[in-house]
Ligand binder design. Structure first.
Ligand SMILES: Cc1cc2nc3c(=O)[nH]c(=O)nc-3n(C[C@H](O)[C@H](O)[C@H](O)COP(=O)(O)O)c2cc1C
Length: 422
């Protein structure tokens, strides 16, 4: 019997999942847990279990995850240098790579690839996302991901970029239930690591159809779902319908993570409150504020910091404490307090250093320029900051501009400028 089968039938794991699911089921059917979603309610002071849920550990596919706040997969943004920056701040449960081509992964050389590249230290909490449409290549790629030691594998059923959908991958798969089922079940049979499926509402605004897909993903062997409640033609234009996440949650018994337009701790709580989902997946806001997971640990965690689990490391960032999923040999770095205005300048400078640690100058500049509009979206005159940084031609020039533009700190805004946040 393989290790996965042992984990699945282990009585302790079974009773844990049953207990957890019946608890969540009760919450889901209690109308008081689903207030009118249109009202702009401040959820931070409400006695809802969202306050603690985000910080509770969770078992996914038989593996323990320290909390329920994940980095969403983002091609061109979620590369190894950015993930190292996030890891230095800590506070997340899992990190997801940007999507990797299933066809390329089996033969990809991490020393040369800019996408399929990682640090050994991050493997215990790193999930590799695959896109593709051929079951055989998805299987071969997933086997390599397991061999390399990743925490898990994630299948992309949500990308609506024309180049991806034209080849029948990403959200295009949501039009082909038979092929989707075949991909998930064949990957399931091939690997024992946790299997995630990330998907969106589909091509029509019909949450019942999405719920059917969710049930089908579970039946085919997925261990957890990440759901982005927008239809494919919307890309990221209209606000996501968080209330649709509830349909997914009600359709399956595996963990469901909600995704889309989470900008602060109140949004996390609101999404959990509205949908009953098990956790959140945060994309662009983690680029705008790479310390967001550490911040969420500090500001939305109600129980005493001392009651954290044994395998979490508490580390100090000057006078702040963040709790994170860190390896034993992790040494806290000397960052400013995450609530200090210096954090922006520090983060940009550190990011350039990490980019150059992992990539050549040309790739570093490319990745930096991809990052800039999202980071600048948090400032009142973000367009101007972004334009100036995007004009830089080398990393020395970038560093000089960071110094002149971010000391003193320009005016920040509480919600990101969505024009820069596309
Ligand atoms: C630049 C960029 C690249 C993205 N790449 C991926 C990807 O590779 N795979 C994926 O499933 N989603 C991808 N997404 C979508 C995000 O994972 C996420 O669903 C979306 O940004 C909404 O979440 P957010 O509002 O927290 O950013 C990408 C988003 C952005 C902005």
């Amino acid at each position: 019997m393989d290790s996965r089968a042992i984990q699945d039938t282990h009585p302790k794991r079974f009773s844990y999942i049953e207990k957890q699911n019946s608890y969540i089921e009760k919450k889901n059917t209690d109308p008081k847990n689903f207030p009118d979603t249109k009202k702009n309610i401040d959820y931070s002071n409400q006695a809802c279990d969202a306050n603690t849920k985000l910080h509770n550990s969770i078992i996914i596919g038989g593996k323990h995850v320290n909390n329920r706040m994940f980095l969403a997969p983002m091609a061109g943004l979620g590369h190894v240098a950015f993930r190292e920056l996030l890891a230095e701040f800590g506070g997340f449960g899992l990190l997801f790579t940007g999507m990797c081509s299933a066809k390329a992964v089996p033969t990809e050389n991490p020393d040369h690839s800019t996408v399929f590249k990682w640090r050994e230290e991050e493997l215990p909490w790193l999930v590799c996302q695959l896109f593709g449409s051929e079951p055989k290549s998805m299987v071969n790629a997933a086997k390599r991901i397991q061999r390399e030691g990743f925490f898990g594998v994630d299948l992309n059923f949500g990308c609506c970029a024309a180049a991806i959908c034209k080849k029948g991958s990403g959200a295009a798969l949501l039009r082909n239930q038979t092929l989707s089922m075949e991909i998930v079940s064949r990957v399931r049979d091939a690997v024992s690591i946790p299997l995630f499926v990330k998907f969106r509402t589909g091509w029509e605004n019909n949450p019942d159809q999405s719920a059917q897909m969710a049930a089908m993903f579970q039946k085919s062997g997925a261990d957890a779902l990440v759901f982005h409640p927008r239809v494919a033609p919307d890309r990221r234009a209209r606000p996501p319908k968080w209330e649709h996440i509830k349909y997914i949650k009600n359709a399956v018994s595996i963990p469901v993570f909600g995704n889309g337009n989470i900008f602060d701790e109140n949004d996390c709580k609101k999404m959990l409150h509205i949908s009953g989902c098990d956790g959140v997946s945060i994309g662009r806001m983690a680029v705008a504020k790479p310390w967001i997971f550490a911040h969420l640990n500090l500001h939305s965690r109600t129980p005493a910091l001392s009651d954290h689990e044994n395998d979490m490391t508490v580390f100090k960032t000057n006078n702040n404490i963040a709790i994170s999923h860190q390896p034993e040999n992790f040494t806290a770095f000397q960052a400013p307090n995450i609530d200090s205005p210096n954090i922006y300048h520090y983060t940009l400078s550190r990011f350039i250093t990490l980019l150059l640690k992992h990539h050549d100058e040309k790739t570093s500049i490319k990745f930096f320029k991809k990052f800039v509009p999202y980071f600048a979206a948090g400032f009142k005159f973000g367009h101007k900051l972004s334009q100036k940084l995007l004009k830089c031609e080398n990393t020395d020039e970038i560093r000089q501009n960071i110094d002149s533009l971010f000391i003193p700190l320009p005016e920040t805004i509480s919600r990101p400028n969505l024009n820069l946040f596309s």
